[in-house]
Design a protein around this ligand. Structure first.
Ligand SMILES: Nc1ncnc2c1ncn2[C@@H]1O[C@H](COP(=O)(O)OP(=O)(O)OP(=O)(O)O)[C@@H](O)[C@H]1O
Ligand SMILES: [Mg+2]
Length: 362
């Protein structure tokens, strides 16, 4: 009977990983008790958008190929895949490190970084958030941890920093280490060293996703992160205006340079349209249309989300309540959940592709 069930389940394909659930070792704890078949599907991310599809397909094939009277009970668990990176040993517990980048400033990188991190955590992932914007760190304000100093612990004779925990995620920002009223006037090498130290001297522990909020453009910070090969992938945030395309193109090209080759997991178009809360079905395209889509087509990467422009986001965010923790903003919360699912799906795909590439080179 078990063999029959497994044979039926081998018809269920994972469209992203391009093989069936049995071959991918995703079926666990298969049990048959009386008239009930139960098993657990081990996903590559707790934010998997295909849960419902898998459940329906499993039911369908077991009923078609084994017995239409069987009761099928599907449970889900996840084991997040890690992306192969060089220098992996330096942050062995961090499975995937994803940078949020843009060409222009003020397009919503930090807003996306914070809420994407919170949405991933809501799905059950272990998440960290690193504010790498050394010249204008904004994460502490956005999550309400201004003025809180990270604790320091001596580990193997070395001073290490403990990330600050808020809303269920681990947060570290250069902003937490510096006095708030002094502007940071660091230059190139100091900036790069400061960032490297911030990343490597933090006790991140086990993380499925470490989200990194970058400053705009293609400066020293980007070069440091890219050269040290710590990143698994980058997410590009843009606004719908076509005039901002040139800057965004430069940023994408930077990740694609031969020596760097950080995969672009996708494009996020922010402030795509305005929706008044009293007329949720109306969309007004205030800033034009098409930048996100044309970038996605040009670079053959997915457009992961088109986020609406919502009134009040700035105010609540200045008070330390991010969108994912502000239940008056359901439209935006749902958009961020979808973005988290789409991104997690892309990271799983990238991790498989990297493994295949590595196997080819051995
Ligand atoms: N979808 C949105 N709807 C309404 N306001 C938004 C939205 N996204 C971002 N904002 C607001 O726009 C401003 C800029 O956003 P944010 O700080 O996230 O951008 P950024 O790209 O990180 O900027 P910087 O380049 O300065 O780091 C903030 O006041 C933020 O609250
Ligand atoms: Mg920012």
């Amino acid at each position: 009977m078990k063999d029959k069930i497994l044979k039926a389940l081998s018809h269920v394909m994972d469209p992203d990983l391009k093989d069936n659930l049995v071959k991918l070792n995703m079926i666990d704890k298969l049990k048959i008790e009386g008239n009930t078949v139960s098993f657990t599907i081990i996903l590559t991310t707790p934010a998997c958008p295909l849960k419902k599809v898998f459940e329906e397909e499993c039911n369908k094939y077991i009923h078609e190929l084994v017995d239409p009277k069987l009761k099928v009970k599907v449970e889900f668990d996840s084991k997040v895949a890690h992306t192969q990176r060089q220098n992996m040993e330096k942050m062995a517990g961090v499975k995937n490190m994803i940078a949020i980048a843009s060409g222009k400033g003020g397009v919503g990188k930090s807003t996306v970084a914070v809420n994407l991190a919170l949405a991933l955590a809501e799905f059950g992932a272990k998440v960290g958030l690193l504010d790498a914007d050394m010249n204008g760190p904004s994460i502490p304000t956005m999550v309400g941890i201004e003025g809180i100093q990270p604790a320091v612990k001596v580990i193997e004779g070395k001073n290490m920093m403990m990330p600050i925990e808020k809303y269920g995620i681990k947060i570290m920002s250069i902003g937490a280490l510096l006095p708030q009223d002094k502007p940071i006037v660091w230059r190139g090498p100091m900036l790069s060293n400061g960032l490297t130290q911030l990343i490597l001297d933090t006790v991140w522990g086990e993380l499925d996703y470490l989200i990194v909020d970058l400053p705009p453009g293609t400066g020293d910070i980007h070069i440091t992160l890219c050269q040290q090969m710590l990143l698994s992938a980058a997410l590009i945030v843009t606004t719908p205006q076509r005039v901002s395309l040139t800057d965004t193109l430069k940023t994408i090209e930077m990740f694609r340079i031969d020596k760097i080759k950080i995969p672009v997991a996708g494009i996020v178009e922010n402030m795509s349209y305005f929706t008044p809360s009293e007329l949720p079905d109306n969309k007004y395209y205030l800033f034009g249309k098409g930048a996100g889509e044309s970038l996605a087509t040009k670079y053959k990467v997915p457009l992961l989300a088109q986020l609406p422009l919502v009134m009040g986001v700035s105010d609540r965010s200045d008070e330390g309540t991010p969108i994912m923790k502000d239940d008056t903003n359901k439209i935006m919360q749902e958009s961020f959940r979808k973005l988290a699912q789409n991104m997690a799906q892309q990271i799983s795909i990238i991790s498989v592709q990297k493994k295949e590439q590595l196997l080819k080179t051995i």
